[in-house]
Design a protein around this ligand. Structure first.
Ligand code: SIN
Length: 346
């Protein structure tokens, strides 16, 4: 492993003959977590280890790819910022533009992985594979899941059949589309699912297989590639028993440009909240109606009269992913009248 220095971000290379060249960007998370002892799978420091430690734990990588590794961040992903999304997208785009780079792998914390993955799915300007991976157990744990997840993610990124499928998440031997995957367990190794749609493929040993194709716009077809500047403020609120309008009114007062509401069931809204959101629309805020259920879709005019109040329905986008799409749409200046078809297409 050699340390080179043409870039301000510290990076390392693992060289092995004529193998495909993969960019590995590390951001921290439990995959780089360190605990006081090997029996501890909670109560550890996420992002404690550097990318060179992740590589050192998987010597077999040397037979799979020539890895160019960079430490882009070293955080617990609960603290991820939209500026880090932008930095990551810019770096991945720059690396994938190099003809000799076959794909990119990003190590990330599991807690917000689905948001970062979807942001990249909409902003990466390449058909080359981009694969996020993570771990539920820290690197120091008995049966740590990170090393195999990293090896599998690199295998997916190096396989030519992975091209053109947008940003993927390879974890627990499964391959998910960034648009659909969500974290569904706080502690199990089998923590990621793509409700409704299912995984798009799987990886085991040398075999990478795909069985579904993401059909909604992403990467090279996305109109959000190449945007610059700040992402507009978009917040998420929820509907529940006895909800008040305090949060919505405060957000409108604070000047947010968008609100995603995680409604009950098919995106139904408590009447008080619905009224507050209808007034928010009148004041120029874009309101997207999603569901807190976690699977299924929110039908336009299904559980709320969207056309009457000017709401957009999120379809089967999870509320936090709907927020990502809405931020980008507002940043791109998508007009209100196109917003619903945009949510249908992405
Ligand atoms: C994090 O998201 O950074 C911590 C939790 C995890 O990676 O599982």
């Amino acid at each position: 492993m050699t340390l080179t220095s043409f870039n301000p971000i510290p990076h390392y290379t693992v060289s092995s003959g004529e193998l495909p060249r993969i960019a590995l960007l590390a951001t921290g998370g439990t995959i780089a977590g360190s605990a006081a002892d090997a029996t501890r799978t909670a109560g550890y420091q996420a992002g404690a280890l550097g990318v060179q430690d992740l590589l050192a734990a998987v010597p077999a990588l040397g037979n799979v790819a020539h890895i160019h590794a960079e430490q882009v961040a070293q955080i617990d992903s609960k603290d991820i910022s939209v500026s880090l999304w932008q930095k990551l997208a810019a770096r991945v785009n720059a690396l994938l533009a190099q003809p000799d780079v076959a794909g990119a792998v990003i190590t990330h914390g599991t807690d917000t992985l689905e948001e970062t993955a979807y942001y990249l799915h909409l902003t990466i300007n390449s058909r080359k594979p981009v694969v996020l991976t993570a771990a539920m157990r820290p690197a120091t744990a008995l049966s740590a899941d990170g090393p195999l997840n990293l090896l599998n993610a690199v295998r997916v990124a190096t396989d030519p059949i992975s091209a053109g499928r947008g940003v993927m998440v390879a974890i627990n031997n499964q391959i998910h589309c960034a648009r659909d995957v969500i974290k569904t367990s706080t502690y199990k190794v089998d923590a990621f699912h793509s409700p409704e749609i299912g995984v798009i493929g799987w990886v085991q040993d040398e075999r990478v297989a795909f069985q579904r194709e993401p059909l909604q716009y992403h990467t090279v077809e996305s109109e959000f590639v190449g945007l610059s500047g700040e992402l507009p403020a978009v917040e998420v609120v929820s509907s529940y028993a006895g909800v008040s309008r305090i949060a919505v009114d405060a957000l409108v007062e604070a000047g947010v440009q968008g609100i995603v509401v995680a409604g009950t069931g098919n995106g139904s809204l408590h009447s008080l909240l619905q009224q507050a959101l209808a007034e928010a629309v009148q004041r120029g805020v874009t309101v997207v109606r999603a569901s807190r259920v976690g699977s299924g879709h929110v039908m336009h005019n299904g559980a709320a009269p969207d056309d009457q109040y000017g709401f957009v329905s999120a379809g089967n986008l999870h509320p936090y992913k709907a927020r990502v799409l809405l931020m980008l749409a507002l940043q791109a200046g998508v007009p209100r009248e196109r917003m619903q078809s945009l949510f249908d297409e992405y």
